[in-house]
Design a protein around this ligand. Structure first.
Ligand code: HEC
Ligand code: HEC
Length: 282
């Protein structure tokens, strides 16, 4: 290649790259309204975004992987946590984690009730944006169990999916199917419950559930309708407030922070499978 050819080649390839870049940029912009569900941007969502900026939440948190890495990514937070939990959390974050153990703090921002509900509307809109799989792996929320976190906590391979996420044969036993439901229900049980001993996230660990329920039923300070451990577990899922696990981070005013939507969203079969799975945890 002589120097003239080299120059032409450089100009030509720069021009080609520029055209491709512009084309893709225009194409992205064309898709924005659909990907972002632009029609769902209500005044509450807009106000929620203003609140998000006003309090500089981005100084600690990320959305779509953008922001500061001090605190958990909140892109999909409303898919993992119920409204009641999020409200209570924003009213007083200090109830939800242990400063000594977590070593990082979320300041109480003294948010007003309207600011809180609009923030949730904004975060919910964010969670529904089709971000085409970005970020590729969700950034771990301290309180959340994404597949792999379970393994990490038990000292295993962080990239390994928990066994329940392997394709399960429909003829397989209820326990394996129940584990699958545990990770895939919406919102996933695993977003709030770990299965590792003493690892309490937004909800209590499922490890040892059977033993502590036996003790609870025997002690007589249980106010629900269940007569045995299986009945208690089922009741905890379909009617979370029937009996409340003590703790200010779990409920307020007699209402559990666990979503009460599973009664209608899960089938009888899925409930049986979940009970079988949870009964099997030690
Ligand atoms: C100074 C840093 C800081 C700021 C500013 C901040 N947060 Fe946080 N936030 C944190 C930390 C740290 C945690 C996680 C605590 C833990 O380890 O459990 C957290 C947790 C949360 C959670 C709970 C996540 C979960 O998984 O349960 C929500 C929701 C949240 N923040 C929302 C907000 C919103 C909304 C704002 C702005 C109004 C905000 N945060 C501002 C540091 C911050
Ligand atoms: C948004 C967080 C959240 C999600 C999601 C969630 N839970 Fe809970 N769960 C809680 C909280 C908080 C409690 C404790 C308060 C109470 O007693 O309801 C709880 C309590 C329980 C208990 C009673 C535990 C005990 O120690 O007695 C069981 C069992 C349970 N959940 C199972 C499930 C199952 C199964 C799913 C999925 C179908 C699920 N949870 C989804 C937050 C959650």
């Amino acid at each position: 290649m002589n120097s003239r050819q080299a120059r032409l080649f450089a100009i030509g390839s720069t021009a080609a790259a520029t055209i491709i870049f512009l084309g893709l940029t225009i194409d992205s912009h064309r898709q924005f309204p659909t990907l972002t569900n632009a029609e769902n941007i209500t005044p509450e969502v807009k106000h929620g975004m203003a609140v998000w900026h006003k309090y500089n939440c981005i100084n600690c948190h990320t959305l779509f992987g953008e922001g500061a890495y001090y605190a958990p990514d909140l892109t999909k937070i409303t898919k993992h946590r119920g409204q009641e939990y999020l409200k209570a959390y924003m009213r007083n974050p200090a109830l939800f984690y242990d400063e000594q153990r977590h070593r990082r703090l979320m300041p109480n921002q003294n948010l007003g009730e309207e600011e809180i509900s609009d923030l949730i509307a904004f975060l919910d809109w964010v969670s529904n944006v089709d971000n085409q799989g970005w970020p590729p792996r969700p950034i771990l929320v301290t309180g959340g169990m994404v597949p792999g976190a379970m393994a990490a906590l038990s000292g295993g391979d962080v990239n390994a999916a928990p066994p329940g996420l392997k394709p399960v044969d429909p003829d397989d036993d209820d326990r394996a199917l129940g584990e699958q439901v545990f990770f895939t229900a919406v919102p996933a049980c695993s977003a709030c419950h770990s299965t590792a001993p003493d690892v309490n996230l937004a909800g209590p660990t499922m490890a040892g559930l059977r033993g502590r329920t036996e003790a609870l039923l025997a002690a007589g300070d249980y106010g629900g309708q269940a007569e045995d451990v299986a009945g208690y577990i089922r009741e905890s899922i379909v009617s979370p407030s029937a009996h409340l696990v003590p703790g200010a981070m779990y409920s307020a005013g007699g209402v559990s922070f666990m979503p009460d939507t599973y009664d209608s969203d899960l089938t009888e079969e899925q409930l049986d499978q979940l009970v079988a799975y949870l009964m099997s945890l030690n």
